[in-house]
Design a protein around this ligand. Structure first.
Ligand code: BDR
Ligand code: CA
Length: 322
C-alpha cells in the first residue's frame, strides 16, 4: 500500500479523485488538506467532508488551509464546477468537522509522524504545499514525491498559456518546482485524456447506489458544460480530470514521462502562470548543450486513457457493490 496525502480544492474532479483514492486498495490516504481554488475554501471544506462521508471515510483527517493565493486575490471556477463546486449535488451531511490545525500543520504532522515516505497528490493551487516546503524543510525527506495536477506543455485552459491551478497561484507553483523535492507534473495533456463514455455516465447517473449516483451526477455535469468544445465536451462523454492524477500514482506504467526542467512564468501579462517545459534536445543559445539537463521533475507527456478509465470505474464499482 502506498501512503498518500491529497491536497484539494473540491471541485467536481477533485471529488472524483477523492472517491478513487479512498476506494482503491493500493492507497492509504493519511490526510486530506484543502485550499481555496475552484470554489471558496469554506465550500471546498464542506465538499471534501461530504465526499469522504459518502465514501465511508469520515476517519481520514481533513484540514483547511489557504483561502487565497500567496499574492493575488482568489478567482474561482464555479463556471466549470457548478455554484457549490460539485455540480449542485447535495452530499451527505458530515458527522465531524475539520482538524483544529492549519492544513500546513496537518501536512507537517502527518509527514513527521510517518515511518515511511508519503506521496503528496496535489490537485489544486499549490499554496499549502509551497508553505509546507518553505516552513518545514525537515520534512522534505519524508516526501516520496509530489505528483501535481497542473500546468501544460502546450495550451492552457484558464488563459491561452496557463492552466488553472498554476495560473491561480503562480508563485506557489514556482516555489514547489524549485524545492528540489522529486515532482511529477500531470498537466492538461493528460488531464483531458481519461474519459468516461456517455452510456456509462447514463448508467451511473440512474443508479440507486449512492456512490455511483453521485459520480454519475458529477460526470453528467462535466459532460454538459461547454467550457471547451474540443476537449471536455464530446458526444456526452466527460474527462475525469484530477482523478487521472490519482490513477497515475496507483499505476505509473500507464504514463509516458520525460525528465525535464519546468519553470513558471511569473511575469504579468499573457504568459503569467504558464509552465515552460524545456524539451529541447539540440544545441541552445550560444551552442549550449540542452539534451542532458538535470531535473528532479518528470513531466507526463502522454497517458493511456482507456487503461486509467478502467482502473477508475473498477475501483468505484468495487466499493459500490461491497
Ligand atoms: C484544474 O483546475 C480545476 O478546475 C480542476 O479541479 C483541476 O484541478 C484543471 O485546470
Ligand atoms: Ca482541482
Amino acid at each position: 500500500m502506498k501512503s498518500v496525502i491529497l491536497d484539494v480544492d473540491t471541485g467536481t474532479d477533485d471529488a472524483m479523485a477523492l472517491m478513487l483514492a479512498v476506494a482503491h486498495p493500493a492507497l492509504d490516504v493519511r490526510a486530506v488538506t484543502c485550499v481555496g481554488g475552484n470554489v471558496s475554501l469554506e465550500q471546498v471544506v464542506a465538499n471534501t467532508l461530504g465526499i469522504l462521508e459518502l465514501m465511508g471515510a469520515g476517519h481520514i483527517p481533513v484540514a483547511a488551509g489557504l483561502a487565497e493565493p500567496l499574492i493575488e486575490p482568489a478567482q474561482d471556477a464555479s463556471y466549470v464546477h457548478g455554484s457549490n463546486g460539485v455540480a449542485d449535488i447535495e452530499l451527505p451531511t458530515p458527522t465531524r468537522s475539520v482538524e483544529d490545525v492549519h492544513a500546513v500543520e496537518l501536512l507537517r504532522r502527518t509527514l513527521a509522524e510517518s515511518t515511511e515516505p508519503i506521496t503528496i497528490i496535489a490537485l489544486a493551487p499549490l499554496g499549502n504545499i509551497a508553505l509546507l516546503l518553505r516552513l518545514y524543510p525537515e520534512v522534505h525527506a519524508k516526501i516520496e514525491r509530489i505528483v501535481f495536477m497542473g500546468g501544460a506543455v502546450g495550451a492552457g485552459n484558464a488563459t491561452a498559456s496557463a492552466e488553472f491551478n498554476i495560473w491561480h497561484d503562480p508563485e506557489a507553483a514556482e516555489m514547489v518546482l524549485r524545492s528540489g523535492v522529486p515532482t511529477t507534473m500531470y498537466g492538461l495533456e493528460a488531464f483531458y485524456q481519461v474519459t468516461i463514455d456517455a452510456e456509462t455516465i447514463g448508467e451511473l447517473a440512474s443508479s440507486t447506489q449512492p456512490v455511483q449516483a453521485v459520480l454519475g451526477g458529477l460526470l453528467s455535469h462535466l459532460a454538459s458544460i461547454s467550457v471547451d468544445e474540443s476537449r471536455i465536451v464530446g458526444a456526452g462523454w466527460a474527462a475525469i480530470g484530477d482523478a487521472g492524477t490519482v490513477c497515475a500514482v496507483i499505476d505509473p506504467d500507464g504514463l509516458v514521462l520525460r525528465t525535464a526542467p519546468v519553470e513558471v512564468s511569473l511575469a504579468p501579462g499573457p504568459t503569467r502562470g504558464q509552465t515552460v517545459v524545456d524539451l529541447r534536445t539540440g544545441l541552445g543559445a550560444g551552442g549550449a548543450e540542452t539534451h542532458e539537463q538535470e531535473s528532479h521533475i518528470k513531466v507526463v507527456l502522454d497517458v493511456d486513457g482507456p487503461r486509467y478509465a478502467r482502473l477508475f470505474l473498477e475501483a468505484i464499482d468495487a466499493v459500490s457493490s461491497a
